[in-house]
Design a binder for this molecule. Structure first.
Ligand SMILES: Nc1ncnc2c1ncn2[C@@H]1O[C@H](COP(=O)(O)OP(=O)(O)OP(=O)(O)O)[C@@H](O)[C@H]1O
Ligand SMILES: [Mg+2]
Length: 212
């Protein structure tokens, strides 16, 4: 029986078999890149790696489905179903559901989108009697996201003299308190602002111990 790698041309095959270290493939539209990726994953699985240990990120859900289907055709549906394959957002949201408890969150957290987050900030501004024109919600959210990106908690933010000075200079001295109220509110509602782009560094740091 013909081996599946025989269905690749020589350069595709070389790429599929290069399993040690990073490999970058640059090729034109419709020239067989996805085929290389799928066969490479099938090849890695054939050599004994558990599907559960393979992570494949795609830009769209459609691309992920297509790749999974193609891999299933080679290695079987049962084998392919455990692959971590999907978009950046869907895969990480799934991992977070499994691992949420490690961060002190329940696994049934809700993912806030930007509008949800903005409404929450507006609510807090009202409670604090602050002017939305000064504390622009999008700006406040950016500031909070920046802090989260740097793994700075609300308490650390409030205790940080650099942030305090910056916020006083920009006429927004209560930024830290807003951050604190925002975080409290999120936890109170048992919801989690994921805004996954902003939270990924925290996630890596907490779960994989890779901090940046
Ligand atoms: N070596 C090959 N032999 C036969 N068919 C091939 C080979 N490589 C790719 N194909 C076929 O060519 C078509 C395009 O391949 P593929 O989808 O992998 O390309 P791609 O570079 O990912 O395309 P796109 O730019 O659209 O993402 C598919 O039908 C695929 O099965
Ligand atoms: Mg493709």
């Amino acid at each position: 029986m013909k081996h599946f790698l025989d269905e690749l041309n020589p350069v595709q095959r070389a790429a599929a078999q290069a399993t040690e270290g990073p490999v970058m493939i640059i090729a034109g539209a419709g020239s067989g890149k996805t085929r290389v990726l799928t066969y490479r994953i099938a090849h890695i699985m054939e050599r004994g790696t558990d599907a559960f240990n393979i992570l494949a990120l795609t830009f769209t859900n459609k691309a992920a489905r297509e790749m999974k289907d193609r891999i299933a055709k080679i290695v079987g549906t049962n084998e392919a179903k455990n692959l971590w394959m999907g978009t950046f957002h869907s895969v990480f949201a799934k991992i977070l559901r499994f691992e949420a408890a490690k961060l002190g969150y329940p696994s049934n957290f809700t993912i806030y989108d930007t509008d949800d987050s903005k409404s929450q900030i507006k609510e807090i501004l009202k409670q604090f009697n602050l002017d939305e024109k000064v504390y622009k919600p999008s700006l406040v959210l950016n500031r909070i996201s920046d802090a989260k990106n740097k793994l700075i908690s609300a308490q650390q933010y409030i205790g940080n003299s650099v942030f305090q000075t910056e916020d006083r200079q920009s006429q927004k001295p209560l930024m830290g308190q807003i951050y604190e109220a925002y975080q409290k509110e999120i936890l109170r509602q048992v919801q989690w602002i994921l805004m996954i782009f902003y939270t990924i560094p925290i996630f890596y740091c907490e779960i994989f111990q890779i901090c940046f």
